[in-house]
Structures are given as structure tokens and as C-alpha cells.
Write a protein that binds this ligand. Structure first.
Ligand SMILES: *Cc1c(COP(=O)(O)O)cnc(C)c1O
Length: 853
């Protein structure tokens, strides 16, 4: 048969003058969190809006002229249009609040935020999971707060893959290219020409053009190697997120870190604090050192001090897959030409990524930590875990004392809280948007009448069920599943008047997240789910990385269980999890389940989103839930000790999970009175919403970054760079002196220390130090007091006392002494230690050197 050539032609409508600003709104990611902006498109043609996957730009290109004309003449539409625009204009014009102004003066400060992925909305697919969504939420909250803030990333034309699950339960990964004119971005120009930056690569330069995305108040710059200056191979460098091999990865990271820094310089943007969000972007440190050396003539070491002083590095996972490690040969080959062109020495740079026990490789996390003076993990538990994992960066310092802190992740409320809830808040507590960080304010949730609260939940649950059924049908029709099977699969959700309890589990299928833990005792689970009086439906969704076979195996296991006749309709597996599906599931389920292997869930954020919509968390005490759970707002599974055998832990924690479901969760849900809902359940749901909303939202998170890191980083950067980097130079020279002398420094207790005294006596402490050429001012000698066995006073320390050099002491050694009054009653432990100290240090222990007497 003859096949005719097909041409694609897209006939674009004219946008009528009366609604012309729909185009402007389509170019501001404001739409990604503002439901009423999205409503302006959806109202014009709902089926098309769904077909274009909620993409405003694509919508405006494909919508029929007649429908636009109709909207432009419809008074109701026009009045909504004007309302939405005046709201938008007010948002864009808002100035930073006093709390921000006190900490970050927009005249003199600017934060640059680098990340490999950004998840704003399903229409802009340059994210894969939690890290990207978090970066998107960070930008959105920075915009809400009008922070002086700019973000840098890569534009992936194909983004992350699209997932289908076939009839055998196999994940199939497909990639779809997005042309730039359907994304909410504009090409960045300089002097009327597209701005192009380049980075030296082996045997050639690689070029990138630059796109700008508008996110309310802030700008995101995205580098794109798909430009005619590059070879075909190089054009594909930024094609896919987390695709290719380690050479692709290092190339992308060079573009992000080095290229991204060059973009800001080319645009005349001069950040005063730099936030490296995960190791992928850590090469920016090298480019900034090189730029600083050129501008000031400082040595590499001095430039590194100046650069690190205003840099924050955030680590996001203890799981090895999240930490890029490159072999030395690859580093030499890929980075060599750049380093040579920039006058940086390979060995010195390579040392920044070295590890204690792994001399032959380069670790991007180590580079991030050595090239920054501010570092954090993303929950209290993870901060501790990261301190342990990265302890060898500060070899003589105890992990619990090293400079890694934490800020617990939060989520962007407007993005993830369903509009039905925000409308209710508008009525019940009109200024809720400005009280997002005030836990007392959120007590108002308790005042919402139960029936009202529950009816909103039921509406959202209905929407979730319709969405789930629709998606499930589509997926199974394609796979050729028979009608009767699909019908049985969906019948629990189509007869929601029975109000079946629905449990959601959706996130990346990484093995540590243990998606199948709940199936550990299948007969018992089956009884729980299929009890005719109290049935339960489990809904699963998530992607596994295409190279993660064990992750894909989890999908198959769940698929097979969902097809078992005895479980049919009680286990549902949806394909192609994305942000749109997340919003539906999170706001519609009753219970949000999370069963990670402790302590590998650094934070997790989906449970926060669920809670803000009134879902109740049932989760292992890991990540954010370690701080979020208060006994009344959900259920917690206590992880077994990590020293125990993994299979044993899985079994025990699975039993806890089923015990909780059987004895607490399901009975509470179904203890319904005549009004049709369980009062006890509504109480828990309200507790979940009101306690988690004010503590785990992205504005709280970003303000913690402002106070804890951005403000100090700006100050420390200014301090070290004043007078052409004088202090940075001094500090670098001083560190060099310490490094070469420290191996010969020693400390000993001088004389004997009393073992008993009266509580108001003073105790003399003296140590004798061999300083190996260092001055007494180069070290801080400190006595640390802790309580071993506390009575009712409860305090256990530590308290710190400094020992001072003893003047006029003759001899080779230097004496330091002090007299202390015991800070605690009874038995306490005194330990004396010394570490190098200089006033210009950002953290007193940043050198990682310490000696104990
Ligand atoms: C919130 C979110 C995530 C992160 O989920 P976790 O449970 O924290 O791993 C991943 N993907 C999407 C689409 C999300 O919205």
C-alpha cells in the first residue's frame, strides 16, 4: 500500500485583545501554583486542556479561534479574567517583608541556587522526583517571600522518561521531546543575539544557549547544549535527565556548574551567597575560584577560602546512587582541558574530591563539602546521618560536632493543597497565607465543623477515585485486559458511597523505599483488605530508574498482586507518576503510607503534602516524620536497630505495620456514627493538617535557610573578600601553616587534676602543649564538661571553658590553664582538647583538626 508523506501543520489562533494577557500568564510559572490562572485556560476548553497535559502555551496554540472569541465576549469569563490578573499583578508588585529585609538586603545580597532538576509542574518535565520537586518548591517559596534569588539548571529537551507498565508488569520507558516553544521559557539574548556560553571540553569547546523561566519574582536560567555551534553528539548532552553513562553525567555537571557560573557572569549577575543543591552542581566551585583568581590575583587556596565562605552545600540522601563518584581517568580526561585553560592545577582540584579510603576516585559530595563552609542535611535524622557519613572530611572531629547541620524539607502549600481546602481557609481564616509559619494560628482547623471538614475530604476523594479509575481503564485497555477484569479492579472505587478506606503509596520505586513491605505477610494482609465490613484499597504509583532492575522488579510484584483474583480491586497500580497525579492522590486518599528502610529516607516530602490535605500518615519514623509525628497526628512504625539483620528488620517492621492497620487504623476509620464518618478519624485528620501545615511548608524552610545560612554566608563572603580578599589570603596562609605544623603538635595534662571538690570550689586545670612552631594564639584550648549520670537537674552539657596561655612560662612547651567551678552538681566528666583557631574561620572546627589531652 502506498503511504503518503504526512505533514504536520498547527494553525494558531489569534488571541483576542480582551484576553491578550493569557499569553503573559502562560510564560510565568506562577500558573504552576495558582489554580485560578490554570482555571482561565481550563474554562475555555476543558477536554483540550487535559489533552495538552495542563500546558498553557500549548493550549494557546491549539485552541479553536471560536472558543477564544467566545470567552473574550463572555462577561462571566472576563470578570474572572480581571480578578485573576489583578491578583497576579498584586503578587508581582509585592515587596519583601521586613523579616526578609532585616536579613537579606536586596541592594547588596543575592542568592544563587544551583540544582540539576527543577519540578514546578507536569507541563515542564525537567524533574525526576523528590529532589526536583523540592527545588521547584524552594524557588516558589523564594518568590512568595520576594527574596533576592536566582536559580540555575539545565534544560532537558526530553526530560525524564514517560512510564508505561505493560500486561506483564514490565516498566517500559519512553522519551518525548519537547520543543522550546511549548515550554514556559524564553531565549536569553545579549546585544540582540542569543547568549551563548562555552566550556572547554576534551578537544573542543562545548556551547550552550540559555533559557529563562520566570517564576513569579525570581528567574531560573537553564543551559541547553542543543545549539548549532555544537556537534550532534554534544547537542544531545542535555537531552535527558539522569540518562547516559558517567561520561554524559560528568559532561552535564560541567555544563551546570562551570557553564552555569559563566551564564551569571555573562549576564552581569553577581550573587553574594551560593547554594549548591546536591553534588551535581559542585563544579561551580572551580569556576568561581578561577574567576576570583583572575579578578583579584589571589592564589587558588585564598580564592577557595573566599568562595567557600559564601557557599552552602546541601546533601539530600545517604543512598550511594545520589552521590556521583568519577574515576580519576575520567576526571583527567573530561576536566583536564578546562582546568588547564583556567590555570587550575589538576592535583589540587582532585584532592578536593578525594576520600580517606578511596584515593582513585573523585566524589562530588566531597567537593561540595570542601568548597563550602556551610553544609546541611534535610531533616534532623538525616543531618546526623550525613555528619557520620561525611565525617572523614573533618578527620579528628567527632561526627556529632562536625559542621553539618540540618534544615528539614518543606513543601509549597499553594502548589499541593487542593483549591477546595484553600477556599475553606479563605472563609475560616482569611489571612492564612501570611500565617503559614505560625502553629498557633493553625489551631483554627479544630474549629471547622466536622461535617464540613469531612465533606471537603469526600469531594477530593471522589475526584481522586474518578481520576484513578480513568487512568486505570486507559492503561488496561491498552494492555488488552478484559472488560470484566477492569470492572472488578475499579469497582471498589466506583462505588465510593460505601466510602472504602483508601491508602496511597506513590514515590520513586527505589528499593530502599520498600514499596512491597506491606506484602510481607500476604495471607494476613489479604484478610485485612478484603474484609467485607471494612474493605481497604491500596493505590500505588511510581517510576523506577531505567537502569534500576531491582526497582523495576518491585513494580512487577505489585502488578502481579493487583491481578490476583483474591485481591482484585484492593490493589491498584497506576503508571506514569507525575506532579499532576501526585496532587490528585495526595489530596484524595485517607492514609498516606511510607515504609522506607531507616535511615535512608533523608526527608521525604510527599507525606507532608498529604497531611496538609488532611490525609493521615502511617510511616516509619525516618526523615521528616521523625520530627512531624506527635502521637496524635498519624501513626508511626519504630525502625529496628540498623545493626540487626535486614530480613529480620523487614519482618518486624512489616508486622508493626499490619498490627497498626488491623488494630488502630482500620477500626478508627470505620467507627462511623450515624452522620457517616468517624469522629475519631476526623480528629486525627485535623491534627495532621494543623500540626504539619505550619511546620513543614516551604516558606518555613526557605526562611530557615535565610537565617541559618544565606545571611551568614553573605556576611562571611563580604568579610573575606574585603580589600581585595585580604582576609581570605591571610586565612589561606594561616591554614597552610597549621597543616604543615599540626602533625608535630601535642597536648598533655600538666600535674594532676583533683577528683573531688565542693560544688562551689574552683578546680585548676593546666595542660602542656608542644606547638611545633605555632603561636599560642593559633590554638584554642578547651575543657568540655558533660554529665555522666544526671539527677533531677537533668542538664548533661556539654559546657565549654577555654584555657589561657600561662604568661612568663619558661621552657620548650607552652602551658595553658584555667580554673573552673563545676558547672553541674555531682559526677561530671572533664575533657580537654585543642584545635587550630583563627578569627576568620566560618566554623571553629572547619579544619577538622583536634587533639585531646
Ligand atoms: C513530592 C513528590 C515526590 C517526592 O516524594 P517522596 O515521597 O518524598 O519521595 C516525588 N514525585 C512527585 C511527583 C512529587 O510530587
Amino acid at each position: 500500500m502506498h503511504k503518503a508523506t504526512r505533514f504536520r501543520l498547527e494553525a494558531h489562533p489569534h488571541i483576542p485583545e480582551a484576553i491578550a494577557r493569557l499569553e503573559e500568564l502562560a510564560n510565568d510559572l506562577f500558573y504552576s501554583w495558582d489554580h485560578s490562572v490554570r482555571g482561565l485556560y481550563a474554562r475555555i476548553d476543558l477536554p483540550l486542556w487535559q489533552k495538552v497535559e495542563h500546558n498553557p502555551k500549548l493550549f494557546l496554540r491549539r485552541v479553536a479561534q471560536s472558543q477564544l472569541d467566545e470567552a473574550a465576549e463572555n462577561p462571566a469569563y472576563l470578570s474572572e479574567y480581571r480578578r485573576v490578573l489583578s491578583n497576579y499583578d498584586a503578587y508581582v508588585e509585592a515587596e519583601p517583608g521586613s523579616e526578609v529585609l532585616e536579613k537579606l538586603d536586596p541592594e547588596t545580597s543575592l542568592v544563587a541556587y544551583f540544582c540539576a532538576e527543577f519540578g514546578f509542574h507536569e507541563s515542564f518535565p525537567i524533574y525526576s522526583g523528590g529532589l526536583g520537586i523540592l527545588a521547584g518548591d524552594h524557588c516558589k517559596a523564594a518568590s512568595d517571600l520576594s527574596l533576592p534569588f536566582v536559580a540555575v539548571g539545565l534544560l532537558y529537551r526530553q526530560g525524564y522518561f514517560i512510564q508505561t507498565i505493560d500486561a506483564q508488569g514490565q516498566q517500559v520507558a519512553r522519551y518525548k521531546s519537547h520543543s522550546s516553544d511549548e515550554l514556559p521559557i524564553t531565549l536569553v539574548e545579549s546585544d540582540g543575539q542569543p547568549l551563548i556560553i562555552s566550556v572547554p571540553f576534551p578537544g573542543r569547546d562545548v556551547f550552550a544557549r540559555v533559557w529563562q523561566a520566570k517564576v513569579g519574582h525570581i528567574r531560573l536560567y537553564l543551559l541547553d547544549s542543543d545549539t548549532p555551534e555544537n556537534s550532534e553528539e554534544d547537542q544531545a548532552l542535555t537531552l535527558q535527565l539522569y540518562g547516559g553513562d558517567s561520561r554524559t553525567r560528568i559532561s552535564q555537571e560541567m555544563l551546570l556548574g562551570i557553564g552555569g557560573t559563566r551564564v551569571l557572569a555573562a549576564l552581569g549577575i553577581e550573587p553574594t551567597a551560593w547554594h549548591i543543591n546536591e553534588g551535581h552542581a559542585a563544579f561551580q566551585i572551580l569556576e568561581r575560584c578561577s574567576q576570583t583568581m583572575v579578578a583579584t590575583g589571589l592564589s587558588f587556596e585564598a580564592a577557595l577560602e573566599a568562595v567557600a565562605a559564601c557557599t552552602l552545600f546541601t546533601t539530600h540522601t545517604p543512598v550511594p546512587a545520589g552521590h556521583d563518584i568519577f574515576p580519576k581517568e575520567l576526571m583527567m580526561e573530561a576536566l583536564g582541558p578546562y582546568l588547564e585553560a583556567s590555570g587550575l592545577e589538576f592535583d589540587r582540584v582532585f584532592a578536593l574530591g578525594g576520600r580517606h579510603n578511596n584515593g582513585g576516585t573523585f566524589n562530588m559530595t566531597s567537593l561540595g563539602l570542601r568548597g563550602s563552609r556551610f553544609h546541611n542535611g534535610v531533616s534532623r535524622i538525616h543531618g546526623g546521618v550525613a555528619s557520620q557519613m561525611e565525617a572523614d572530611i573533618w578527620p579528628q572531629v567527632l561526627p556529632q560536632e562536625n559542621p553539618i547541620g540540618y534544615i528539614t524539607n518543606g513543601v509549597h502549600v499553594a502548589t499541593f493543597v487542593a483549591p477546595e481546602w484553600s477556599s475553606l481557609f479563605d472563609i475560616q481564616a482569611p489571612n492564612w497565607k501570611s500565617e503559614l509559619r505560625n502553629p498557633e494560628f493553625w489551631e483554627f482547623v479544630d474549629k471547622i465543623p466536622d461535617f464540613h471538614f469531612w465533606s471537603i475530604h469526600k469531594t477530593l476523594k471522589q475526584q481522586m477515585a474518578e481520576f484513578t479509575v480513568e487512568r486505570l481503564r486507559r492503561q488496561h485497555e491498552r494492555n488488552g485486559t478484559g472488560y470484566s477484569v477492569t470492572k472488578r479492579m475499579t469497582e471498589k472505587l466506583t462505588s465510593l458511597e460505601k466510602d472504602v478506606m483508601v491508602v496511597g503509596f506513590a514515590r520513586r520505586f527505589a528499593t530502599y523505599k520498600r514499596a512491597t513491605l506491606i506484602f510481607s505477610d500476604l495471607p494476613r494482609l489479604e484478610q485485612l483488605l478484603t474484609n467485607p465490613e471494612r474493605p481497604v484499597v491500596l493505590v500505588f504509583a511510581g517510576k523506577a530508574h531505567p537502569q534500576d532492575n531491582p526497582g523495576q522488579q518491585l513494580i512487577k510484584v505489585i502488578h502481579d498482586l493487583s491481578m490476583r483474583p483474591s485481591l482484585m480491586g484492593h490493589i491498584i497500580l497506576l503508571e506514569d507518576y507525575d506532579q499532576a497525579m501526585a496532587r490528585r492522590l495526595l489530596s484524595g486518599v485517607d492514609v498516606w503510607l511510607n515504609t522506607p528502610e531507616y535511615p535512608k529516607e533523608a526527608s521525604g516530602t510527599s507525606g507532608e503534602k498529604a497531611a496538609m490535605n488532611g490525609a493521615v500518615n502511617l510511616s516509619v519514623m525516618d526523615g521528616w516524620w521523625g520530627e512531624g509525628y506527635d502521637g496524635s497526628n498519624g501513626w508511626a512504625i519504630t525502625p529496628r536497630a540498623t545493626e540487626l539483620d535486614q530480613e529480620f528488620r523487614n519482618r518486624e517492621e512489616a508486622r508493626d505495620l499490619l498490627d497498626l492497620l488491623e488494630h488502630e487504623v482500620i477500626p478508627l476509620y470505620y467507627s462511623r456514627a450515624a452522620q457517616g464518618y468517624s469522629e475519631g478519624w476526623v480528629a486525627r485528620s485535623k491534627a495532621s493538617m494543623k500540626t504539619i501545615m505550619p511546620r513543614f511548608n516551604a516558606q518555613r524552610m526557605v526562611m530557615d535557610y535565610v537565617s541559618g545560612y544565606y545571611q551568614p554566608a553573605v556576611q562571611q563572603g563580604h568579610r573575606l573578600m574585603a580589600n581585595n580578599g585580604q582576609l581570605a589570603s591571610e586565612l589561606a596562609q594561616w591554614k597552610e601553616k597549621i597543616r604543615s605544623a599540626w602533625h608535630g603538635v601535642s597536648i598533655q595534662v600538666h600535674g594532676c587534676v583533683q577528683e573531688r571538690c565542693k560544688w562551689d570550689d574552683e578546680v585548676e586545670l593546666t595542660v602542656e602543649m608542644e606547638l611545633n612552631g605555632l603561636a599560642p594564639e593559633d590554638v584554642r584550648v578547651e575543657c568540655v564538661v558533660t554529665v555522666e549520670c544526671a539527677g533531677t537537674h537533668g542538664e548533661t552539657g556539654p559546657e565549654h571553658f577555654y584555657l589561657q596561655p600561662v604568661p612568663g612560662h619558661k621552657g620548650k612547651k607552652t602551658l595553658f590553664s584555667t580554673s573552673v567551678m563545676p558547672p553541674y552538681p555531682g559526677l561530671q566528666t572533664l575533657r580537654i582538647r585543642a584545635y587550630p583557631y583563627h578569627d576568620a574561620l566560618t566554623h571553629p572546627l572547619e579544619m577538622g583538626a583536634m587533639l585531646w589531652a
